[in-house]
Every structure is written in C-alpha cells, then in structure tokens.
Design a protein around this ligand. Structure first.
Ligand code: BDP
Length: 697
C-alpha cells in the first residue's frame, strides 16, 4: 500500500516537473473559467482565436466576448481594438493578436481598459538560419525544428505538432512571418520535394497568421537549373526564376517572398556578373510583385580590401538609394559590423531615405555566450531603436526612420535571427526564451520598454510554478522573485558587455566559434578583418580603432551632430570610445581614471555582476519549479566561469601593452595567459555538471 502511495506520489512529482520543462514557453496552461465567444464566422485563424479565449480566459466567468471584423480608420493592418465588448479588427490576424493581448493583460494583472493597438512594423519576421540537413547555423538549442535532412523531407505528424506550437508562440507575441532556411542558402531548397515540405510548413503556420518566406541562393539558376549563368539580366535566368516563383505560389498562394544574402561572405550575387545589388534585387522583386511578394535584400557585405569593415555596407548601398523597386526592403544589421555585444547603430538607418530599410537583430546569442549566458537582449534592441540618427532633425530615431513615421516606405519590416531548436526549452536556456518574446513584442510596438517586457515575460513564464503553495504568486513572490529576476535581466546585457568588450571594444573573440576571448588572435595568414588584432589595434601607445576623420573616417557616415560628437573623444559616448578612437593607456576618462584602469574596472565589474546574479538566483529557490530553477542555476555557474576567463584573458593580454598594474583594489586574475591562449574555452570548460543538458525532442 505504502509502495503504491509513494509511486503515485513520485509520479505526480515527475508529471509536475515535466510540465515545467519550459517547452510551453510563456503560454503555460492556465486555469481558465468559462467564456462565451461570438465569432463572425468560422475560419482557421478565427477558430484559433476562439480556442485561445476558451483555454485561457481568466476574466469574469461566463462573460461574452464578441469578435468583430470591420473597417475602422484607427485600426491599421494587423491592429485591433479591445473594449468592454470584445475585440475589433479589420483582419482575422488582427483579431488573433487582439485576443492574445487581452489574455496577456489578464494573466499579467494589467488592467483591461479600452485600447487600440497597431503594429509598428507591417512585416515582423523570424529568420531561421536552418540548413536542410537539420543543422542550424549559429544555433545553440539543438537541431532544426523545420529540417531533418535533404533526403528526409516527408512531413510527419510530429513535425506538424511542433510547427503548430511554434506558430502559436510566435503569433502570441505578434510575429507574422518566418523565413525557414539559412541565409547561406542551399539551392536545393527550391527543389520540388523541398518545396513540398515548405508548403507543409506554410499550411501549419497560416492558421496562426504567419507568412512563410524562403532564403534563396543567387546562383540557383546554374546550380539547380543547369543554366550557364545566373546573371540577373539574362532573359533565360529571368525565365527560370519566373517559373520557380510561379511554382512556389501555386503551392503557397500567400507565400511572402525571398530573403537574399548576396555577394557576402562567399555567397554568389549579381556582382559576380558585373551587375549591382539593385539589378539583383529588382529582378526578383518584379517576379514576386504580381503575387504581392517582397524581397528582403541583406546589406551585410564587407570585403578584405576595404580598410574599415564598418564602412562597407554604407559605401556599397548608399549609391543605390532610390534605385530599388518599392517591394524591395534592404535588411540592415543593427550595427555596422556584426551583432557585437555593443555597436553603434548602422549609419544606413535614416540615411537611405528613398528605400525601405528594415533592421535585423540577432536573437540567437552568437556573440553573447550562446545558450550558456543569461543575456536579455531587449535592452540592446531598445538602445538601437531609440538611437537618434538626426537625419531629419532631432528625434529621427532608428525606430521612426524604419517604421514609416518619417519616410514614406511602401513596406516596413523588422527581422530577428531566431534562437529556436529541438531542445525542449526551444532556446537552450530558459531565459533565452525571453529574447524571442522580447523581439516579437518590440516588433509589434517599438516603443515598449524592456522593463515592461521583462515583467510580462517573467509573470507569464514563471508565476505559480512553485510546487509549494505558500510561495506561489502574491506579494511575497513579486518581492522575492519577480523584482530581483527582472533586475538581473535588465542588467544582464551590460554585464556581458563589461566582461567581454567594454568601452567600445569589439570582435575580440577566439576564432573557435565566437564564444570565448581571443584578443591575441591574428595569424599572418588570416584575412585581417577576421582577426582580433584588426579590431582592437592595441600597442604600447594605446588601444582602439581610429575611425575619426584622421582615421578611416567612418564617423562621417553619421549625420551631424553625431559625426562631430563621435569624432572627438571628449564628446564621444564612452561606451563607444574604442569603437571610434585609438587612445593612449593613460587617457583621462570622465571618472578621472586612466583608460587602463577604467578598462580593468569594467572587466571586474562584469565578473562581479554575474557573481551577484548567482547569489540572487540562489535566494529565489522555491519561488519557481525546481527543474527550471536548477537548470538556470547551473547555467549561471558556467557564465561566472566564462566571465572570469574573459576578464583574465583580456586584462593579461592587454597588460602586455599597457605595462600598468591592475588597480590594487580589484580581484587578481586566477588563470595564466599561457593557459588561456592554449585552451578552447567552449570545450575546455564544458564540464558535464555545467552542461545542464535538457532533453532534445
Ligand atoms: C555572421 C555569422 C554567420 C552568418 C553571417 C550572416 O557568423 O554565420 O552567416 O553573420 O549574417 O554573424 O550572414
């Protein structure tokens, strides 16, 4: 008897824990009360909206919620109005987003007052860098959710279930597009059998209002079609793309369009045939236009011969401003180099006034500790969106110059490089889910604060997950979990900048996977702009990349007053100082410290911040379920080790040039430089106890 009792007891615990493996993201099952929903008609999207209300209603029991579709001047695109009677929108998608917003408000204890909400961007996309063989470029959460193998393309019930969960999660934060394969695109994605799978994906995403897009390889006409050239002006090439486009739209009538990485990092493009980015983009744009499709053409270009990588996209794209079709959107990474822990905004924002320009941010943490480090990226994107370009006077923020507020763009859009994979957590770290969530929320409303986003996400993701009732949601839970966890999230990106690359330093990674430090990396044989030495330029005279007017003059790509501000070390914001300046080690900082001392203080602070996260987290035990608690705890331990490695590696390496002591009050390095230069931090410190492996699906 006792035995049976205990077995049942343990079974309950197991079930309970399993329910909180993180797979349900911010959409954990809620205890709903009955609600009556009046829907104008039956349709795939509306049925989902009704289902969400019935599953998640926590308002007054037996209320009636009316869903109304009608034209209304104040409601745009996918927007909606919520009021006492229900949700009104002009599209079915709008109803779905309104329903999710209504439920979110209920679940996060926000007042459900009358509200009209319109999205900041028309197209809100996740870009999946997923390969057909099932691997994910810069993916740190297991294998692809979309692809298993080039010869394993049949769609299974499991696929459909997972894609549905994915689509629901994305829709719940307002996202409406997914490009489902890597920008380093295999031509094989356009083969008949692969397209059949893409149709399978599109059919599952559609009922959640998600449009499907594909990345295409510019030399597909040669590599797949057997043509002699992929020259975008060649009539045969155009014919080939036209037939392909027709084939795709026959399968997927609401297909969104193409995403293209051309003449970048070895990818083929129009320049291979003496043509321009505009020639290439316009050719594809003309073909998808009759179907209402768009082309997102990436501006991520740089070559080994340009003296400053940060200048290249601007130099290459500005001459074509106004030369692109109105259904081409130039997709620009947030910063001029490559998703570094901190970069100033790309000078293309606001500068291309006659072209649709969309920001691309990276949700997957390629340069921010992968899925090992807790780094809430919302603050980074908020910083980007609020950056003032001054292009049309003060207040011309990146947000306003890309969302149609300033320029008359035919299309507005934003993309985030996804962090999803088959890991049961989806994102490899429970807190990395918050970055997917935050991206969607900011794409919907680029004025939201990270504070609000973190607050919502924490409540939705963790509230009432503690097994013991006493610690479940309430004032105590808010004080002892919500507040410190939010604080940690909001501080986490700055902490990562501190222990990795403070004061404007950038791209000083180990060549082994952009994970650990490698400020020493710079073999003679390597392409200079793929070495750390190129970016930090440290010598006995000082440190930093001189992009001033007397350096590479990258500053002049910014509108005044920024160009002058960045050009002068006295007015350049200190967090961009070494991005724009090469300064002596004894340069006096605003704090009164020398540059060297300030650098030491930042690295040390970063380590201290992560140690504090650990201490705070430990005190949160019991306020959430044990499974997720201990997973995060183990990840934080790993992050603390990595932060120490970063600090020691960078300070000991740079000290060889600064020839100055580490300030006496700071903790001393614990590793030797020789040792750190000899290891690969990712694998060396990947001890089983720190791996916190989560099941793969
Ligand atoms: C870099 C990544 C590389 C991507 C590239 C891109 O290291 O894997 O293919 O960006 O954005 O950050 O195309």
């Amino acid at each position: 008897m006792k035995m049976i009792f205990f077995s049942i007891f343990f079974l309950f615990i197991i079930l309970d824990l399993k329910a909180e493996d993180g797979h349900e993201l911010w959409l954990r099952k809620k205890s709903a009360v009955p609600v009556k929903v009046v829907s104008p008609k039956k349709s795939a999207i509306l049925n989902n909206a009704v289902k969400e209300l019935q599953q998640g209603w926590s308002g007054k029991a037996n209320s009636t919620v009316k869903l109304t579709i009608k034209k209304d001047k104040s409601i745009k695109d996918d927007g909606f109005r919520i009021d006492g009677s229900g949700v009104t929108a002009s599209t079915e998608r709008g109803i779905l987003y309104g329903v999710f917003e209504l439920l979110r408000r209920q679940q996060t204890n926000q007042p459900v007052t009358s509200v009209v909400s319109n999205p900041s961007y028309q197209h809100r996309l996740l870009n999946h860098w997923d390969n057909l063989n099932g691997s994910v470029e810069q993916g740190f959460a297991g294998r692809s959710i979309f692809w298993r193998g080039e010869n394993d393309l049949a769609v299974t019930e499991n696929d459909r279930k997972l894609w549905q969960e994915y689509a629901r999660a994305s829709a719940s934060v307002g996202l409406n597009g997914s490009s489902v394969n890597n920008v380093n695109a295999s031509p094989l994605v356009l083969k008949e059998d692969a397209l059949a799978r893409v149709k399978g994906i599109a059919d599952v995403l559609r009922p959640y209002g998600i449009t499907t897009y594909l990345s295409v390889n510019f030399s597909s006409p040669v590599r797949l079609g057997g043509l002699k050239t992929s020259d975008p002006l060649d009539p045969e090439v155009i014919k080939w793309w036209q037939a392909k486009t027709k084939e795709i739209y026959a399968l997927i009538p609401d297909f969104g369009g193409f995403l293209v990485k051309a003449n970048s990092e070895g990818q083929p493009g129009p320049q291979d045939f003496g043509r321009t980015h505009a020639d290439g983009a316009n050719m594809l744009a003309d073909l998808v236009k009759p179907y209402g499709g768009i082309v997102m053409w990436r501006a991520f270009v740089y070559s080994p011969t340009e003296k400053d990588r940060a200048r290249q996209a601007y130099l290459e794209f500005m001459p074509f401003d106004g030369k692109f079709r109105d259904n081409v959107i130039i997709q620009v990474k947030n910063g001029p180099v490559d998703f570094q822990p901190r970069e100033p905004f790309s000078p293309l924002f606001g500068a291309m006034k006659k072209t649709s320009v969309m920001p691309e941010v990276q949700i997957t943490q390629e340069y921010l500790g992968r899925s090992n480090h807790l780094v809430f990226l919302s603050t980074m994107w908020e910083e980007l969106l609020k950056s003032d370009t001054y292009q049309e006077g003060p207040g011309s923020t990146v947000a306003r110059s890309t969302d149609g507020s300033i320029y008359n763009q035919k299309h507005t859009a934003i993309a985030g490089v996804a962090n999803t994979g088959l890991d049961s957590t989806w994102s490899g770290h429970h807190f990395a889910q918050a970055n997917w969530y935050a991206f969607g929320r900011l794409a919907w409303n680029n004025k939201l604060t990270s504070e609000q986003i973190a607050d919502e996400w924490l409540r939705l993701t963790f509230a009432n997950s503690a097994e013991g009732k006493t610690k479940a949601v309430g004032e105590e839970w808010e004080r002892n979990f919500l507040v410190p966890a939010k604080q940690m999230m909001l501080e986490s990106r700055e902490a990562a900048v501190n222990y990795m690359m403070p004061l404007g330093l950038h791209h000083i990674f180990s060549p082994f996977g952009h994970y650990g430090p490698g400020p020493w990396y710079g073999p003679k044989s390597a392409r200079p702009d793929w070495t750390s030495l190129y970016y930090h330029q440290a010598d006995t005279a000082g440190i930093g990349f001189d992009r001033t007017k007397s350096g590479t003059n990258a500053v002049s790509q910014y509108h005044e007053p920024l160009a002058s501000q960045f050009n002068d070390p006295a007015t350049c914001p200190e967090n961009y100082l070494l991005w724009f300046h090469h300064l002596p080690w004894d340069y006096k900082m605003k704090s009164g410290h020398t540059l060297w001392d300030e650098l030491c203080l930042h690295y040390d602070k970063g380590v201290q911040q992560v140690r504090q996260f650990q201490k705070n987290w430990d005190q949160m035990q019991g306020y959430i379920d044990e499974e997720r608690f201990s997973h995060v705890q183990s990840k934080l331990r790993r992050q603390a080790k990595d932060a120490q490695v970063w600090k020691d590696a960078c300070l000991l390496y740079f000290q060889q040039f600064s020839r100055r002591p580490i300030p006496a009050e700071l903790e001393r390095p614990v590793y030797d430089l020789d040792f750190l230069q000899a290891i690969r931090p990712l694998t060396f410190f990947d001890q089983p106890q720190d791996r916190a492996a989560t099941p793969q699906r």
